[in-house]
Design a protein around this ligand. Structure first.
Ligand SMILES: *Cc1c(COP(=O)(O)O)cnc(C)c1O
Length: 217
């Protein structure tokens, strides 16, 4: 079932759009099944959950952190993850740089944009994206590689379209600035219900859980 789901979605994604398998709550055997079917990137929301499944999987996949990263979890996150998709403050960036430097590693990051401007949600407001990207670019052991957004809606995927459009506009503008130390390579947006709309709006990376693994129980 997982293998068939992975293959169907990989077959539908246009060239250049990468699939992140959003693996929260999934077991290592479920994740391995997805890898065998062609998944190359695992997304995890919790450092501890990633640490639990990591030994069975290791570097056969790339690891993206897609949850809210607390500063006291950064040290462990830097050990496991290749890329943090959800950087939304200078303070978090500073801690990632510090821990990455100590680990002799350069950490890839995306800036999370709160495209729906929802007060309770993570991410920087659209106006704050450029200043944060500029500031993060100053850290020696961080590479800024793009933007990520959730968008506010869980219902009709069409309702997400304006937020994906807005995030794409910011991404394009940052790309045009060609800031030193910044590469707008990834635009991560779209989940099970909204990934087709996200791809139409220029996502280069979609994060899909339910449509690969089935409903979370
Ligand atoms: C869970 C999750 C997803 C995937 O959600 P589905 O609706 O199961 O596809 C994508 N992005 C983030 C940040 C998530 O937490």
């Amino acid at each position: 079932m997982i293998a068939a789901n992975v293959k169907a979605i990989l077959g539908e994604l246009p060239p250049g759009v990468e699939l992140v398998a959003a693996a929260k709550t999934r077991t290592s055997s479920e994740i391995l099944e997805a890898l065998e079917a062609g998944v190359r990137i695992i997304g995890e929301n919790y450092v501890q959950e990633a640490a639990d499944v990591f030994p069975a999987i290791g570097r056969r996949a790339r690891w993206h952190f897609i949850g809210h990263l607390q500063t006291n979890k950064v040290k462990k996150a830097v050990e496991i993850f290749d890329l943090v998709e959800t950087v939304d403050s200078l303070e978090l960036g500073r801690e990632i740089d510090k821990r990455a430097t100590a680990a002799g590693k350069t950490m890839e990051v995306l800036v999370e944009v709160n495209s729906g401007r929802e007060p309770q949600k993570a991410g920087v407001s659209p106006e704050e994206a450029e200043p944060l990207v500029r500031a993060l670019a100053g850290f020696p052991n961080i590479r800024v590689l793009g933007l990520m957004t959730m968008g506010p809606f869980e219902g009709d995927p069409e309702d997400s379209r304006p937020y994906f459009k807005e995030t794409r506009r910011i991404w394009d503008a940052l790309k045009a600035l060609a800031l030193p130390g910044v590469e707008m390579r990834h635009l991560s947006m779209g989940m099970t219900n909204s990934w087709r709309v996200a791809v139409e709006e220029g996502a280069t990376m979609v994060r899909i859980g339910t449509a690969l693994f089935g409903p979370r129980t």
